[in-house]
Design a binder for this molecule. Structure first.
Ligand SMILES: Nc1ncnc2c1ncn2[C@@H]1O[C@H](COP(=O)(O)OP(=O)(O)OP(=O)(O)O)[C@@H](O)[C@H]1O
Ligand SMILES: [Mg+2]
Length: 256
């Protein structure tokens, strides 16, 4: 069964076709790496799936349901998880408070409680425990009390991933999750993605330029080039294919 599917997904910016009729299905329990040169359309493809951009043509389906006309917030509720933009956060609240709010937002849909003080207290405690567990997973617990405004770049990126975890989506979309991170920070995030993968129920999409990361984590690679899907297969096959060697690897080596 494929959980997430795009059919002929297309967006034009004026005369420029940034994503061109991309049809692809992504199964639960798999991690698909999306690679391609700068400007190939990878981030735009993510934006079309998550609803940050509306497609000119084509569809996005999740579990057979057409989400193409829904706004981003409804797609998030349906199970599509895209890293938060930090502009959605409360910059003057602490890291922990922001994660607590995301956990609470996720749980509010799951169950509503009456005005029972004991259950409100135990909910409060459970939300804090879950938030702290997520912060520990991204090695941010020591920064839990820090205000979000003024966090260094690496911590901001880790917080984006923490908020994505708090949403408990079915589909995880990571767009260069370790970009700009230092040598201590990147392994924390890669380890988290590795553990998500071991869960074997999540659908994971990873845009990544670093080919060693792709080689290790991907079950499958798709290649975008000028907005078009030009290769799709097992990592070893795709990496060895002439189109990738020519269209991508030269660029990747320069970028690495
Ligand atoms: N909102 C927009 N308006 C106009 N053009 C856009 C817009 N968003 C993206 N583009 C164009 O679409 C193309 C694809 O861009 P995109 O950011 O998706 O590439 P990418 O594969 O993510 O590249 P990178 O590896 O550098 O992140 C580029 O030519 C870009 O300039
Ligand atoms: Mg991009």
């Amino acid at each position: 069964m494929s959980l997430l599917e795009t059919r002929d997904l297309t967006i034009r910016f004026g005369g420029h076709v940034a994503v061109n009729a991309v049809s692809c299905a992504f199964a639960p329990g798999t991690l698909t790496a999306i690679v391609g040169p700068n400007g190939a359309g990878k981030t735009t493809y993510f934006n079309l799936i998550s609803g940050q951009l509306r497609a000119s043509d084509g569809q996005v389906l999740l579990g057979g349901q057409d989400l193409s006309r829904l706004p981003a917030s409804a797609r998030t509720r349906a199970g599509l998880g895209r890293a938060f933009q930090l502009t959605n956060l409360f910059p003057h609240l602490s890291v922990r408070e922001n994660v607590r709010l995301a956990v609470q937002a996720t749980r509010a849909g799951a169950h509503r409680r009456g005005l029972n003080l004991w259950s409100i207290w135990s909910d409060h405690r459970a939300v804090t425990e879950r938030a702290d567990q997520i912060l520990a997973d991204v090695a941010m617990l020591p920064r839990a009390e820090a205000a979000v405004a003024g966090l260094p770049h690496g911590d901001q990126r880790k917080l984006e991933v923490a908020l994505l975890m708090a949403l408990e989506p079915q589909v995880f979309m990571f767009d260069e999750p370790t970009a700009g991170m230092n040598a201590a920070e990147a392994p924390v995030i890669l380890d988290l993605i590795r553990r998500l993968k071991q869960d074997r129920t999540k659908t994971i999409l990873l845009v990544e330029h670093k080919m060693d990361v792709v080689r290790e984590l991907a079950d499958r690679i798709i290649v975008l080039h000028n907005g078009t899907l030009v290769a799709d297969g097992l990592p070893a096959e795709v990496i060895a294919s002439p189109i990738v060697q020519e269209a991508y690897l030269g660029v990747a080596r320069e970028a690495a």
